[in-house]
Ligand binder design. Structure first.
Ligand SMILES: Cc1cc2nc3c(=O)[nH]c(=O)nc-3n(C[C@H](O)[C@H](O)[C@H](O)COP(=O)(O)O)c2cc1C
Length: 495
């Protein structure tokens, strides 16, 4: 039986030389751990003698306390009854968010994916907004991901009977209502207290596939348990330098019925997402940082804090090992050239995701849609296209974007940020609404294009003559710019 400790007693331990905090109902003495905390000391000091659960949960894997803290530092359990009477003061940011939430438009007033982005920006905490919305360096690739779609125009056909349109298809052998999946994005609880299961629940009612991230805020099993009996899910894997950890995870995922293993290969180190980094830096005490500048690097934002384990030595030879430990189809997420697409097929992968990680890694990497046509040509030339599934992600915000990707040979598309924004602002209903909007936009485009089923969509329906021409004048994308151009985190940057 662990000792029951009152909040008053915890509150007495609020100094650097003697600091206790409450996490998930347990009281920890973090005095020794304080200087080693990868996220810096200030954030722990903020919760000295208090309950840190709300701040801790979104950005730490569920098992991290057991892995990093010795059992002796757990002083006992908090008296939950007494804790429930402790008044928590509302911060200025919390107040702003509460007011913004009161003013949110009704769900029926949301007409497209950009609407969710605009609302999310006002209701997300500044650290969550910085982490979700950031791209790397100058965010050129992040913007290009979306604007590249503007260089593709349609060749619509008329006088076709389009009374009944079927948007359903199959991806990796699973039926889905749309050629779209919710892609893997880490740290769901930054946006919504229930985290990734919000996406799972919406996918269940709309027959959509969810890719589960290695770095989810919920545990893998929580996400799988929230799915329906026949709901298809995929696993995104960051390969751990300790291969035994990855092997255990992959085997477990297979036993839980994952229908595909997507190995992320574009993150041998994390891109510099400066908005995220600056946000983190602004939470630190500048004196503290300069005094301890040789200590743990802590100015890297949420992204760096969670991803040090990713193995930069991962290479093509490792595919054989993955094939030896799993029967799940293996796909490579983060391919950015036709050469690597061909190699993935030659090494026996089932498919690829053309992706630059939502513009969060190499700035000036090409958008997936720009290289899709040449990738399909290269695969065909080598006779490697049959049964090899090509997906793309990055910047897909409209039903018309999905149509363009399918026309150029993609089996389906992954969408990331818009679902995070829908989840953060409106929960399950928001994600369902956004899926309904994609459904209705895609169905409309199919009808206007004169097709009634996915297999009717062909490359000659799109004009890609300008796709390589980065100088061509793009139509101004007012809707996305109103969000993207005002990206300074609220109260964060000192620039
Ligand atoms: C907040 C955020 C977190 C992400 N986390 C991961 C991750 O853990 N693993 C991964 O393979 N990709 C991750 N991605 C990349 C996405 O899977 C996907 O490639 C990208 O979001 C697609 O672009 P979009 O957001 O413009 O739709 C993340 C993207 C975002 C925006």
């Amino acid at each position: 039986m662990s000792r029951i400790i009152s909040p008053e007693e915890v509150a007495k331990h609020n100094q650097k030389s003697d600091i206790w905090v409450i996490i998930h109902g347990k009281v920890y003495d973090l005095t020794q751990f304080l200087p080693d905390h990868p996220g810096g000391q200030k954030i722990i000091m903020k919760y000295a003698g208090k309950d840190a659960t709300k701040a801790f949960e979104p950005i730490h894997p569920p098992d991290i306390v057991d892995r990093f803290l010795a059992p002796e530092v757990c002083m006992g359990s908090i008296d939950l009854e007494k804790l429930s009477h402790v008044k928590i003061e509302e911060t200025e940011e919390d107040k702003q968010i509460r007011l913004a939430r009161e003013k949110m438009p009704r769900l029926e007033e949301m007409y497209n994916s950009f609407d969710f982005e605009t609302v999310a920006r006002s209701v997300l905490k500044s650290d969550a907004w910085a982490y979700y919305s950031s791209g790397s360096d100058d965010e050129i690739t992040m913007r290009e991901n979306h604007s590249a779609f503007h260089r593709i125009w349609f060749r619509p056909r008329v006088m076709v009977n389009v009374k009944d349109v079927d948007t359903s298809t199959e991806m990796l052998g699973s039926r889905t209502s749309l050629p779209l999946y919710i892609t893997a994005t880490a740290l769901g609880k930054l946006g919504h207290p229930e985290g990734e299961v919000v996406l799972t629940k919406a996918c269940k009612t709309r027959d959509i596939i969810q890719m589960i991230p290695t770095l989810a805020s919920c545990s893998f099993d929580e996400i799988v348990n929230a799915a329906g009996p026949n709901q298809a899910q995929w696993l995104q894997l960051y390969v751990n330098s300790n291969r035994q950890v990855s092997e255990k995870f992959v085997r477990h995922a297979e036993s839980r019925g994952m229908k595909g293993l997507f190995i992320t290969v574009d993150a041998p180190q994390l891109g510099h997402r400066e908005k995220d980094m600056r946000q983190k830096y602004s939470q630190e005490d500048p004196d503290e940082i300069s005094r301890n500048s040789t200590e743990v690097v802590r100015d890297q934002g949420a992204a760096r804090a969670i991803s040090n384990f990713i193995d930069p030595s991962l290479c093509w030879d490792d595919i054989a090992w993955f094939k030896s430990i799993t029967n799940m189809p293996i796909l490579i997420k983060g391919v950015q050239t036709a050469q690597d697409a061909v190699l993935a097929a030659k090494y026996g992968c089932k498919g690829i995701v053309l992706s630059n990680h939502g513009g969060r890694q190499l700035d000036f990497a090409p958008s997936a849609i720009e290289i899709l046509a040449e990738v399909m040509d290269a695969l065909k030339r080598e006779n490697l296209d049959k049964g090899f599934e090509v997906y793309i992600d990055g910047g897909i915000r409209r039903g018309s974007d999905i149509f363009k990707a399918i026309a150029l040979g993609a089996k389906g598309v992954g969408i990331g940020r818009p679902f995070l924004y829908a989840m953060s602002s409106y929960g399950v209903e928001g994600v369902e609404k956004l899926l309904d909007l994609f459904q209705s936009e895609f169905e409309m485009v199919m009808r206007f294009m004169g097709v009634t089923k996915i297999s009717d969509i062909t490359a000659d329906m799109v004009d890609i003559r300008n796709i390589k021409d980065h100088f061509v004048a793009n139509p101004i994308d007012y809707l996305s710019q109103t969000s993207y151009e005002r990206m300074q985190p609220r109260g964060g940057s000192k620039l």
